[in-house]
Design a protein around this ligand. Structure first.
Ligand code: C2E
Ligand code: MG
Ligand code: MG
Length: 617
């Protein structure tokens, strides 16, 4: 609001100058009146001087015996009769008194002459009076000059003040104009990124695209942005949003309207999809714009986004926006980092996700969350080596909700951090109760989401939970999914190193489930490699395709065992359901297996301990 302040300052300055100018005009007027009075004094003194000279002249002519001209005598006497004190006060007091005396004497002589009397015996020293009066007139003239000069200066100053006042008032009007313009622009602009805002989007959607012009709406939401704010602070979050806005602007076509909707949400009105192209192609440009990692606050981040696309099948902007939103939501549900176009089926799944998120927000950890454990057994001997903790949620209204459904939503909303803390606490309490029941020494593993891992306090919190239950950290393994490692290798590696330094072991979970970059995956410290069920199924499928020859798939699994072995890490194979699978894995040298064949996830052996946690040691 600096424009408003400067405008107000100008107005105040303008009024101050008005006051100064008015005072200067008054002062100039006073000086001018002084000058007028002084000029009048000069004229009056001159009149007295002329009158005294003429009376002296009449006297001189009469004294010389001539016939004096007395025609002006009476008028001159009237002039001399006036009070000369004011006229003479510029002279020295002695001179003024002398001049007044002589003027009185000349006036008396004139009266006698006018009455027909004799002239004075001696001539008046008229030239002396003349001299004094001339000096008095000069002094009055000098006073008048000075007063006029002062009046002139005051007047010019008043005019300058007036000009300044005018300039300030013009400037204030201009500032107001600028302010109004800035406010208007601000109403249309997102302050953080400088992009147009939601208002502009509305206006654009309200305008008809024109005959034959194909329009689409894209809504883009960053994946996992909340964590950047939570972990690196709001300034980093703001910087990230500015950089994302720059990236998006770079790929925006001239006819596209790119806006920031708020938070980490952007939208693009795609106007005029070119022939032979699709809105998806244009949407892909925006997705690609974020492929290069973005450096914020000294850390490089891989940014992903979920994009929802809606066509102009409907003419209602509200509907179009809602459809693009639902599609974006679906893109998130499918794992993010992709474009999804709206279709009818989306509405159900998106509203289900919204319902689940709503239920998660009001989740009662104590009553609605349960912990189950699944044994990880030796492939050769079937002996339980450790137990993996898996969370179960039963919502009073929705019923049981699968972790595969709610964990990604809890991650997206950041609620996973609290859920993870509850799981860790419950697991420690169970393990403690297990020990106290005399069945001690078990190892456990727990799943940790990348969102939890990004939290700077995560390691300290987990270690203090374990220690507060009087347990040793080396009985714990943290399972971290391979996708987390791939997405943020530096951060994950740092956290994993800290966990290991505390004695906690690391397992890479779901290995082979996605787009593993093996080199990158193996660059982080780990103690166990857990092969995903999907890879096992894939290998089983290959074997069937090979007419039952197990050597090919077996070689793949053996290779994985060998690679893990070079890091000193045993392999756990997940999702083992059949004896055949187990036999094949045994041949491949897999150390541990986990699956329905060897033990389903089940409540912890000391179940009552979940509801009544023992007092931590
Ligand atoms: P995960 O860590 O890979 O866990 C293994 C999943 O496979 C579990 O699913 C388990 O029930 C299931 N499973 C085990 N053996 C078999 C089998 O033989 N056949 C089949 N078909 N499935 C088997 P669940 O419990 O639904 O969990 C799914 C995923 O949710 C987990 O995958 C894990 O990534 C995540 N999750 C579960 N609990 C937690 C938790 O407390 N915190 C976090 N962050 N994630 C969790
Ligand atoms: Mg796991
Ligand atoms: Mg797994």
């Amino acid at each position: 609001m600096s424009l408003a302040r400067s405008s107000r300052r100008d107005v105040i300055g303008g009024f101050a100058l008005v006051a100064v100018a008015a005072a200067l005009v008054v002062i100039a007027s006073v000086f001018y009146l002084d000058a007028l009075a002084a000029r009048r004094s000069v004229a009056d003194i001159d009149a007295v001087r002329i009158a005294s000279a003429r009376v002296s002249a009449v006297d001189a002519v009469a004294r010389a015996g001539g016939e004096p001209d007395t025609s002006t005598l009476l008028a001159d006497l009237a002039t001399l009769d006036a009070d000369h004190a004011v006229l003479l006060d510029r002279l020295e007091p002695a001179e003024a008194d002398h001049a007044a005396e002589m003027l009185d004497s000349i006036a008396s002589c004139g009266i006698m002459l006018a009455d027909g009397g004799e002239p004075m015996a001696d001539a008046h020293p008229h030239h002396h009076v003349d001299e004094l009066l001339t000096r008095a007139a000069d002094l009055a003239g000098a006073d008048a000059d000075r007063a006029e000069w002062r009046a002139g200066v005051a007047m010019i100053s008043a005019m300058v003040a007036g000009l300044l006042m005018t300039a300030l008032l013009i400037r204030s009007r201009f500032s107001e104009f600028q302010l109004r313009r800035a406010l208007l622009r601000r109403a249309d602009t997102d302050v953080l990124t400088g992009l147009p805002n939601r208002r502009v989007l509305r206006e654009t959607l309200d305008r008809s695209p024109g005959h034959g012009v194909r329009r689409a709406l894209l809504v883009l939401d960053l994946d996992g942005f909340k964590q950047i704010n939570d972990v690196y602070g709001h300034e980093a979050g703001d910087e990230m949003l500015r950089k994302v806005a720059q990236r998006l602007s770079r790929v925006s076509r001239a006819q596209d309207v790119l806006v920031r909707l708020g938070g980490d949400e952007f939208a693009v009105v795609i106007e005029g999809v070119p022939q032979g192209s699709t809105a998806e192609n244009i949407a892909a440009r925006y997705l690609d714009a974020l492929v290069e990692p973005i450096a914020v606050g000294g850390t490089v981040h891989r940014v992903r986004a979920s994009l929802g696309l809606a066509g102009a099948e409907t003419n209602r902007p509200d509907r179009m926006l809602a459809e693009a939103d639902l599609a974006m939501y679906e893109a998130k549900r499918l794992g993010g980092g992709q474009v999804v176009r709206f279709h009818e089926g989306i509405e159900d799944s998106a509203s289900r996700a919204a319902t689940v998120i709503q239920a998660l927000r009001t989740l009662d950890h104590e009553h609605d969350l349960e912990l189950v454990v699944q044994p990880i057994v030796g492939a050769a001997d079937g002996v339980a080596h450790s137990h993996e903790a898996l969370v179960r949620w039963t919502d009073p209204t929705l019923g049981p909700v699968s972790p595969a459904e709610f964990i990604p939503l809890a991650e997206r909303t950041g609620l996973i951090i609290d859920i993870g803390a509850t799981v860790a606490r419950r697991l420690c309490a169970s393990l403690r109760a297990w020990d106290e029941a005399g069945d001690g020494g078990h190892r456990v593993s727990l799943n940790v989401s990348p969102v939890e891992l990004r939290d700077v306090d995560f390691v300290d919190r987990l270690v203090s939970t374990i220690r507060s239950h009087g347990l040793a950290t080396d009985r714990f393994t943290v399972e971290i999914t391979e996708s987390a490692v791939i997405e943020e290798p530096e951060l994950v590696a740092e956290r994993l190193r800290r966990l290991r330094a505390e004695g906690i072991r690391i397992a890479i979970d779901d290995f082979g489930s996605g787009y593993s970059n093996l080199a990158q995956l193996l660059s982080v410290p780990f103690d166990v490699l857990k092969v995903d069920r999907s890879l096992l199924l894939h290998l089983s499928g290959m074997r069937e395709a090979n007419g039952g020859d197990p050597s090919g798939p077996c070689n793949v699994m053996s290779a994985i065992v060998e690679i893990a072995g070079t890091f000193g890490a045993p392999v756990v194979c997940e999702g083992v359901e059949t004896a055949e699978q187990l036999a094949s894995l045994q041949r491949s040298g897999v150390t541990f297996v986990q699956g329905y064949l060897t033990g389903r996830p089940a409540p912890t052996p000391i179940r009552h301990s979940l509801a009544h946690e023992p007092t931590p040691a």
